[in-house]
Ligand binder design. Sequence first.
Ligand code: BGC
Length: 344
Amino acid sequence: MKKLLSALLASVMVLSLVACGQKQASTDSGSAASGAKTVRVGVSIYTFDDAFMTLYRNELAKYFESKSNDQVKYEVTMQDGKNDQSEQTNQIDNFITQGYDVLILNLVQSTSAATVMDKCAAAGIPVVFINREPSESDMQSHNTGDFAGKFTYVGADARQSGRFQGELIADLPNKGDINGDGKLQYVMIEGDPENVDAQYRTQFSISQYKEKAGLDVECLDDQVGNWQRAEGQRLAANALTQYGDQIEVIFCNNDDMAMGAKVSIEAAGRKINDNIYLVGVDALAEAVDAVIAGEMTGTVLNDHVGQSHKAVDCAVDAAEGKSLDLYNWVDYVKVTPENASQYK
Ligand code: BGC
């Protein structure tokens, strides 16, 4: 009887040890049943309803998968910010309460970066900001104490993409001045002002054009299309109705809006690269095809592969306790009919 009791007791102890072990494995992000360490990564994208960010987030997830191995497993939770800052703030707060190891954030409002950094600094969670650059003063002012080296912005310098757009037009044999009046008459279709890319592309495309072409410009219309194709189509149609043949170029802050504008240009009976020019940014597959077919003047590669890989590499480094540079820049590339086939 005594023997039986002690045998029973021993088996209860073993069972409870196993139970403890299991409990620890599921709540402690530092270990997993397989023996591999689990790193929990929280990602929030400003909206899933964005052509460029869809390419970006798919590549991000794919590259994280390739990083998992026998030693470490990256468990990525990807959430849709639905273009609503309060929704996204909830997601971030949840990541923090649940003790995620590192966050990758594409903010709805870049002005929320300061609050986000305060919370993450207090919780000791590193952050990789992507695509929507926080203000330089917010970045600099948080780069102190324990949080220094624990956050970064990974992106492309939108001034460069704007300059490239200006050059795409300035380098045309007629410098875009179809009517030969010595001035470029243009329409600008802007992205969501929450992303500084919109402001920079609008500004630098024109300043670079003026500098390179040595001509003056006349802005016929400048509207916000929020990065969306349907808006690009609607705004271009309105501008074409109002200004007709006066329009020599339509500059779009991104390709999705340019693809919309293209539909309206064709519907208005105009011929791109003949009696009107059209440029965008991103090098979406459709836009690259259009450049090759001579149905779009040019675009600028916004390297979602380079940017997403860099963001993952930074997150991995941060999770390993390595210090991050404050900024990580990825270059844009000008896409013309001559080189477009390389970016298909
Ligand atoms: C891209 C746009 C995209 C936006 C989202 C920009 O860098 O060029 O296509 O809609 O980021 O924030």
